[in-house]
Design a protein around this ligand. Sequence first.
Ligand code: SF4
Length: 439
Amino acid sequence: MHRYLPHFAARPVPRYTSYPTAAEFTDGIGGRDQADAIAAIAPGDPISLYLHIPYCHSICWYCGCNTGAVGRVERLTYYVEALLAEIAHVGRRCAGRVQAVHFGGGSPNALSPAQMLTVAGALRAHFDLSPDAEWAAEIDPRSFTAGHASALNAMGVGRLSVGAQTFAPIIQGAIGRIQPFATVAKTIALARNAGIDRINLDLMYGLPGQSLDDIAATLAAARTLAPDRVAMFGYAHMPKLLPRQRRIDASTLPEPEARFWQRALAHDLLLEWGMQAIGFDHFARPDDSLAIAARTGQLRRNFQGFTDDPSPTLIGLGASAISQFDGLIVQNEKHVGRYRMLAANGIDAGVRGVRRDAEDRLRARVIEQLLCTGRLNLGRLTAAIRPPRHAWDELCDAGIVTRDGDEVSVTPSGQPYARLAAVLFDRHRGPEARFSQAI
Ligand code: SF4
């Protein structure tokens, strides 16, 4: 079922974890807009929280996240102080009811177990948290301890996303992330022993020197860990935007066609395990909530990728964290020093973003629906946002979508190219190549 379409695979397209995308953010949006949006949340409205920890004990060369090396431990102390100030400042003005809490980064477990518990205590003190709220955290196995496992369990975290990427030692060397399989296995065992029984595993294709054999071997090893979900991300090499990637030898990166077949092999092997494909880069056990959401039309897409979190409002806390409200997307100050200054002075930390008018919100819903369900009824869309016929014809001719009257469906072999259908609804996209290739 896999079809390599070089012309389409190489096209730069956004990941559409939001619409408008971060490329449309400007500094015309700031803390006052953020404050107004927080104040407009009605009592009991469902919201989710995202907390960003912009530190890791060791920086991986491929990483595209806003993170830096911990260095002196005082940095963490000062950062937690700022985060606690922001939690109190936002929480006391936010009337929403929290349905989900996600810790990301960076590495949340760059914090000590005691610091994690302090942050969780502040969330409980200042926000109205639903007792059923799902708590999740991303973690770096290289610095994960039994103390972290029991702290996370005490906080209420029931799901961990474990960064693994590849189990091939030579590729780990080429991406600056030496992490033996035993380290990952021990991390997962510690989590499960502590009572955290839902495990996501993050893997990558398109890494330097990676081959189909490496993909097969990594997935065979991953299978022994029995994860509930697997995310299979393509490495995006953008050294001009991300200077740390300059340490990766670009001459050893797989060619576009090799990337395509690596993704295809991973897809097939994960389905052989009995996993269900979710969107274009996630896989889940059929009894996992993400797979159930996909089957029942409840799948969503937010800054974490595909999700079953239904909250329409996301509040980001921490340096560079992004909040999404109905009419506004706003990002906190990225620079940790400046973020700390804002938080310490009780100033809302948003410094850039984009407003969403009614047309943006409609386009956002259409893009999300296309990526989450693979289907769309063009007849229900206003002429203003309906793409021209020739744009669909190109995708139909390539077998990426089929069209039956007004009904458009992404084909099974077109799934990896689904963002090329989504981009037709993006009124901001020009021919620029700021985004990574589709596959
Ligand atoms: S551990 Fe994760 S967040 Fe930290 S540098 Fe590596 S990839 Fe980036």
